[in-house]
Structure formats: C-alpha cells, structure tokens
Design a protein around this ligand. Sequence first.
Ligand code: FAD
Length: 453
Amino acid sequence: MSTRSTQVAIIGGGLAAFTAAETIRRSGADALMIHPQSPGATALWSGLGQAFGPAGSLLPQSAGSVEAAERVVQTLTTDRDERFAALSRRRPFHPYARWGLSRAEVGAHLKSALRSLDYAGIERVDEEVVFPTAYAAPYSADIVATSTRQSAITAGERVGVVACPALADWSAARLVDALNSTRPDTAVVVEAAPLSSLPGASSHSVKVATQLAAALEDAPGTFAAALEQSVDAHGIDLLTLPPCLGRSWTEHVEIFGALEDVLSCRVAESAAARNSIHGWRLDRYLRSRNALEVVSARAVSAAVENRSARAVNTVSDTVSADAVILATGRWIGRGLPGSAPLREPIFGVDLWLDGGPIRNPEEAWPPRLLEELPWGDHPLFRAGVATDETLRPLDLNGAPAVDNVFAAGRLLAGFNPIWDGTTMGVDLISGRLAALFALEYLGIAASREEMTS
Ligand SMILES: Cc1cc2nc3c(=O)[nH]c(=O)nc-3n(C[C@H](O)[C@H](O)[C@H](O)COP(=O)(O)OP(=O)(O)OC[C@H]3O[C@@H](n4cnc5c(N)ncnc54)[C@H](O)[C@@H]3O)c2cc1C
C-alpha cells in the first residue's frame, strides 16, 4: 500500500475529469488523477453534443430501437434562446438551475471549457444548424467533432451518403430515405471501392477504420477517383462519409485531406451510433495529452472527517488530498451503481431525483425508475448526485455532505442528457466549474487565462 499526498485529487477519467484536470493544471496547483485504464461513456460520444437545451422530440425517439414507421417528427428547433427557455421550463432541478447559470453564462463556460481542452477534434457550433445523425434523425448540435463539422445540410443541397456495408451501425440507405422524406431528391447512396467492398460486418468503427487504412495503402487514389465520378454524375454538394474516416485521426488525416483536394464538393464524416469512433478519438486524445500524474486504479472508498474529505483509497494506494473532484460518470464507467443501494459508492452520498433524495436507497429497484418505452424520459437517467451552487454534493437534507468535494459530469442529478439537450454541455461546464470551486476552496488563484475567459 503506497501513500501519496496532493492538493487536488481528481477521481475519474472521462470528459468531465479531464476538463477539470486541465483547469487545475493551468493554475499550477499540485494535482493527480485516479482512474482505471478502461474508459467510460466519453469513449462512446457520437460526434455531436448539446449544451443549450432540447431541440425537439425526434432524437429521443429515434435513439431507441424503433422502426422507421414509428419515428414521428413532432418538433425541431435550432433557436438556442428557445431551447434554453424550454430547458428551464422542463427541468427546474437541472444542474444549470442549481448553479444559477444564465444562457449567456452557459455559453461563456462552454467556450472556456473547450478552449482549455484545446482538442482540434472538437468544435463549438455558433450557427443554429441541423446535422444528420447515424440514426437518420436531424440534430441541433452545439458541439461537434471537427470531422462532422461540414455535414450540416443547407436547404437545396444535394447530398451523397457513402455506403459501407462492413460497418454494421451505418445505414446509408436509411439516412438517404430520411433525408428524402423531408425534402425529395435531396440525397443519394454512393458506392465507392474499397469502402463498399470491405469484408465483414462489424459494429466497431475503429476496426473498420483500420481495415480501410490497410486497403487504401494497397490502392491509393482509387477511392478518391471512385468518389469523384459519383460526385460529378449526381451533382453532389456534400459527401457524407461513414464514421470511420476522419480528419482528426492521425492515420486518416492524409486520406481525408486528399479527398478534400480532389473532390469539388464539401466532405464530412458522419456522426456515429454507439461504439463511436468520435468518442474513441476523444478518449485517446484526453489520455495522451494529460500532464497530471495518474494513479491507475479505481477509487473504492474515502476517509471523511468533520465534513472534510481527507483521503481517497484505491485497492493499492491512499491519496491524501486537500480537495477532491468527483467525476466518475454513471453506469458505463461504474461511477453510479446499477442496483441497490442507490448511493454514490466512494463517498456514500445519497442520490437525488427531481429535487429530492431517493428515500429508500437500500431497497430502490432501478427498473421501477424506467419508463415503458425505450426512448422514454426515464427517471433513472435523472437520478444522480445533486449539488449546491458550488458543486458540493448534497446530503439527505439538502446541505453539503462534504465541504471539499466537488462533483462534475454525468453522475450529476437533474437531467436526462438526450431529452434535455445538454449532453456534453453539463460534462464540460461542470468539469470547469468543479475545478474553479476546488481552487477557490484552497485559496489558489485560477490561471490568468481562466480568469479572463
Ligand atoms: C451509449 C452512449 C452514447 C452517448 N452519446 C452521446 C452523444 O452522442 N453526445 C453526447 O454529448 N453525449 C453522449 N453520451 C453521454 C456522454 O458520453 C457522457 O455524458 C460523458 O462522456 C460523460 O463524461 P463523464 O466524464 O461524466 O463520465 P465518463 O466518460 O463515463 O467517465 C467516468 C470516468 O470515471 C471513471 N471511474 C468510474 N468509477 C471510478 C472509480 N470508482 N474510481 C476511479 N475512476 C472511476 C471511469 O473509468 C471513467 O474514466 C453518450 C453516453 C452513452 C452511454
């Protein structure tokens, strides 16, 4: 058993934890991260994220396993003021409301959080535009993977969707049908070797991306030539590539660039379904760029005295810390339990749902907190760690349970990410805020850049 000490211990290795880590690092405070090698939900990111609120009802429905006939467009808006107002009406206990953030403050924090991550693979979207998704539903995105940036479709444009049978989650025909159902003759399927003839059917885009890189090494130029023919034949303005060939993956930068040079239209990689390559790239980037020491293990418990966390324990290390950032995500990374007792496992903090604590955590049965239909607004998805306005977890009575622990990311209570249109926004903003409040608690000034941004 080894013992270390630090000013700030950051528990977690996803988007929220790394956003916090970067802000802490810039302040010069002594800090370390605690997380296992295995990634969390960040590695599943589809390439599109939201921060300002719900855009409509289509995505929640299409994100469930539904047949095309059951997909009904009810509303879709890109207007950010309207979306933020809808969020405020729908979720009085949303984290933004708990922290007292206005629409403008959400925008400002988002900008700063993305700037501090400094990842060329992610961009903020300032225009109010709609992106097609791998599920074929339109999506008003506030944050996009750089590869997908060009995939927003403008009225009157002709779109070529490139087929890739080897990628099981990618249905070019379905996306084309969906696009044509809203505007006839908008889209066509484009078949181009070697992408159209890669063997197998994998739902893992990283595997298909590797196959493609190998095939293109054997026959460079053939892919671009095949695409060029289709672009000319169909008068294509925008070519949407399956999510396995992007501009932010080192192995594909050149291939993507060559396509942009040769083709007379815009070229974009599509957003993805689950097992997304966009999330995988983001996760790899965050880990490779991290400058803090990492204790590579799961935190299993914490020592708390007089409402102050003194140390975090893994199976082999004890990390004593003056402040702790808790950013352990939900079930994918095992930050929250999937069965009773429904409590945050490291600090034993009670979980909250819609403005109040879950009163019977020992007996709570998660399936009772699920709606009947898969795309329903499941209460279970809104259950999590509630915080005060400085991100300290609340106890059963609504008072901070611990004074020097600051919670961030998907483990927070009060929002259903898909329904509420704040998927990535909450992770990024809470990661930044948790770091700023931890620094304030320690009396350490944030970096000049953080203060002015
Ligand atoms: C299937 C799926 C698809 C999604 N698609 C999208 C999307 O399209 N767009 C979007 O914006 N968002 C999407 N999300 C949500 C998004 O991925 C998450 O909100 C975000 O990545 C959460 O970041 P996080 O840092 O809070 O948690 P995570 O990324 O889950 O990170 C948690 C980290 O904590 C670590 N951890 C857990 N327990 C411990 C412990 N005891 N000790 C130490 N470390 C621990 C985990 O190993 C992991 O590294 C999706 C989520 C899922 C599940």
